[in-house]
Design a binder for this molecule. Structure first.
Ligand SMILES: [Zn+2]
Length: 194
C-alpha cells in the first residue's frame, strides 16, 4: 500500500532538478512514516560530480550524515525515530572528461550558450566550463523509515533549511490516513499539517 502510494507521488516529482529546491515525500500509515528526499547535490555541497578526492568525499559524507539524522523532521505530538535510511546517488554525467579536447558538447545542457560559440573563438571559456562541471548534474535520494510512538500527527516542521543553507524551497507532498496534500515549504514557512 505504502509502496503504491509512493510510486504515484514519485511520478509527479520526476525530472525535477532545480538547484535550491528539493522534493520531499511522506507517506503515513499508523505510527510509521516513509519519507523520501530527493535533492540536487548542489544543495548539499558546491559540486555535482562524483567526488574523487578525499576533501570532496568528506564534505559530502558530512552533509549526508547530518541528513540521515531526522532531527530536521519535527513531528507533533507523535515522536519518531528513523529505523532505516537508504542513500543513493545519481550521477548524470559521463561525457565531460572526454570533452576537454572538443568544442562540441553533444550532451551539454547549455545549448544556447554553445550556439554562441559555434566558431570556437572562445576556447578558454569552454574549458572553464568543463572545469566547473557546469554541464553535469547529480542528485541524492534518501529514503527513510520512521517508527513513531503514536499515529497522532498534527503540525510537521521541516527544518532542512538550517542544515542546507543553499536550499530555498522544499516541494512537499504527503499521503496520510487523513488525506493527501502538497505544499511548497520555505524558510519562512517550513511547516504543514498532516
Ligand atoms: Zn544540478
Amino acid at each position: 500500500m505504502a509502496a503504491t502510494s509512493f510510486l504515484s507521488l514519485s511520478a509527479t516529482a520526476a525530472d525535477s532538478h532545480v538547484h535550491g529546491e528539493l522534493q520531499l515525500q511522506l507517506v503515513q500509515q499508523g505510527a510509521t512514516l516513509a519519507v523520501r528526499l530527493e535533492s540536487p547535490l548542489a544543495n548539499l555541497v558546491s559540486f555535482e560530480y562524483q567526488p574523487v578526492d578525499a576533501e570532496d568525499k568528506l564534505k559530502l559524507n558530512q552533509v549526508v550524515s547530518q541528513l540521515k539524522n531526522t532531527a530536521w523532521l519535527e513531528t507533533t505530538p507523535a515522536q519518531c525515530d528513523a529505523q532505516q535510511v537508504q542513500v543513493s546517488y545519481s550521477w548524470q554525467s559521463g561525457t565531460v572528461e572526454a570533452s576537454e579536447q572538443s568544442a562540441h558538447h553533444h550532451d551539454d545542457h547549455d545549448h544556447d550558450h554553445d550556439h554562441d560559440h559555434d566558431h570556437d573563438h572562445d576556447h578558454d571559456h569552454d574549458h572553464d566550463h568543463d572545469h566547473d562541471h557546469d554541464s553535469q548534474h547529480a542528485s541524492v535520494t534518501m529514503e527513510y523509515e520512521l517508527l513513531c510512538d503514536s499515529g497522532e500527527f498534527g503540525d510537521i516542521s521541516v527544518s532542512l533549511f538550517s542544515v542546507l543553507p543553499a536550499l530555498k524551497k522544499v516541494q512537499m507532498q504527503w499521503i496520510a490516513e487523513r488525506g493527501q496534500g502538497a505544499k511548497t515549504l520555505t524558510p519562512d514557512e517550513p511547516g504543514f499539517k498532516l
